[in-house]
Design a protein around this ligand. Structure first.
Ligand code: GLN
Length: 448
């Protein structure tokens, strides 16, 4: 039924890059057999899933929405994929994204531009735009996205769904094609808070063999107590989160959400986050630096696209990278390489790291006195494609509200909190301290 639905509507929405119908039907038939023998097993028995196309899947095309990987079939599964397979989930296909997860609209994809199911003239956000659109369109009950600077939460907010950027180290990054290794996390995208908590429970945990940044000290039970009341919970709303760059309709929705939290027995106080103004600069320097190093592996030799007619090795590298990467990816590599170069390292990279520390101090200070930080997920609702000219670095500043959680490594959940007058979803985020996803889910569940 879902493949029928996808065939009917995805021609317009364009959420999927690859459909894995044959394999899915085979798995489903196997599961039917197990069920007939009363051998149902696994938390996701028969539940379909869609996966962002920067998470590697064995023998299944994994493109990062790039020409560079247009023909790349990995020989292994990412840890998150292995975990979901072990729970007997059924992979439906691979989802569109901005190329190498760089972008906020899903437009930098080499293959296609995904449309927002709520309004086909609007962007679903990005970079996990395919994942958000697939869940919102009812193609899959849940999907995985990745979030380096907001790429799970912003598309979740644009598409009216729930999206979590977990604590850095909560989920294994093994098999996630790296963009910025100190920021990347895989996160669940679902229709409800409860589903989200369940999926995170299934994909989290230490990955001793393959990801040494995954934490060995974590409680992954997010469902116990998810429905307990939140009387007395202390929420902080940074006044900078409702600054002049935030749309009026977004501000109004978040202030209404604040009242709702108060009616549930929580207190909400205004606080200050003075270093918020530095996060965009800090993030784009750090993320681009790490990207320039991570993307050095795409040389036309080992993976994916290889240019033809190169006369020598150097020309092969140059042509393959020149033809294989899109403009936004090249911009980041150039910026990152410049920032890390001997003459500029202290001026840019070191400074960016210092700013990262300042923001971290802000967040830690607030979370000493408060349980959670709340605020809008994005400064705007989904924009119409023809209204905003998305070009170059102008769009970067819109990531200001999602970036702090990545720089600091803390978890942040985006949940729907209203609609604009013309029916575009608005999202708000709940940010907690490291490994306090459970508290976030509790508050979000009560709010929902
Ligand atoms: N929009 C941000 C960027 O382009 C975030 C991307 C992400 O989280 N993957 O870098």
């Amino acid at each position: 039924a879902l493949f029928e639905r996808i065939e009917k509507y995805d021609g317009n929405i364009k959420a999927f890059i690859t459909l894995t119908k044959e394999q899915a039907e085979k798995t489903a038939a196997e599961l039917d057999r197990l069920q007939a023998e009363d051998k149902m097993d696994g938390n996701m028995f028969g539940v379909p899933v869609g996966i962002k196309d920067n998470i590697v899947t064995k023998d299944i095309l994994t493109t990062c929405a790039s020409r560079m990987l247009h023909n790349f079939k990995p020989v292994y599964d990412a840890t998150v994929m292995t975990k979901l397979k072990n729970e007997n989930s059924i992979l439906m296909g691979k989802l569109n994204m901005d190329e190498f997860a760089m972008g906020s609209t899903s437009e930098t994809s080499y293959f296609q531009t995904t449309k927002n199911p709520w309004n086909l003239n609007c962007s679903p956000g990005g970079s996990s735009g395919g994942s958000a659109a697939a869940v919102a369109a009812g193609f899959v009950p849940y999907a995985l996205g990745t979030d380096t600077g907001g790429s799970v939460r912003q598309p979740a907010s644009f598409c009216g769904i729930v999206g979590m950027k977990p604590t850095y180290g909560r989920v294994s990054r093994f098999g996630l094609i790296a963009f910025a290794s100190s920021l990347d996390q895989v996160g669940p995208m679902t229709r409800t808070v409860r589903d989200n908590a369940k999926v995170l429970e299934l994909i989290s945990g230490e990955d001793k063999a393959n990801d040494m940044t995954s934490s060995n000290n974590q409680d992954t039970d997010f469902l116990t107590g998810i429905d307990k009341d939140i009387k007395g919970m202390k929420l902080a709303l940074p006044k900078e989160f409702l600054g002049s760059d935030v749309d009026d309709e977004v501000t109004a929705a978040v202030l209404k959400a604040k009242e709702r939290f108060e009616s549930l027995g929580a207190t909400v106080e205004e606080v200050e986050m003075p270093n918020l103004k530095y996060v965009v600069s800090s993030y784009y320097l750090i993320a681009s630096s790490e990207a320039s190093a991570n993307l050095a592996r795409f040389d036309g030799i080992r993976y994916g696209y290889r240019a033809e007619n190169a006369k020598n090795l150097e020309e092969l590298y140059k042509k393959s990278r020149g033809e294989g990467f899109g403009d936004e990816v090249k911009r980041r590599i150039l910026l990152g390489t410049y920032v890390l170069s001997a003459g500029h390292y202290d001026d840019y990279y070191v400074k960016a790291q210092k700013l990262r520390r300042l923001v971290s101090n802000d967040v830690q200070r607030i979370l000493t006195d408060y349980d959670l930080i709340i605020g809008p997920t994005s400064t705007t609702p989904a924009h119409k494609y023809d209204e905003v000219e998305i070009e170059g670095t102008k769009e970067y500043k819109n990531d200001i509200l999602t970036i702090p959680a990545n720089l600091v490594g803390v978890p942040s959940l985006s949940i729907p909190c209203g609609l604009t007058e013309d029916n575009r979803p608005i999202g708000m985020q709940l940010i907690g301290n490291h490994f306090e996803e459970r508290k976030i889910y509790n508050a979000a569940y009560q709010f929902e």
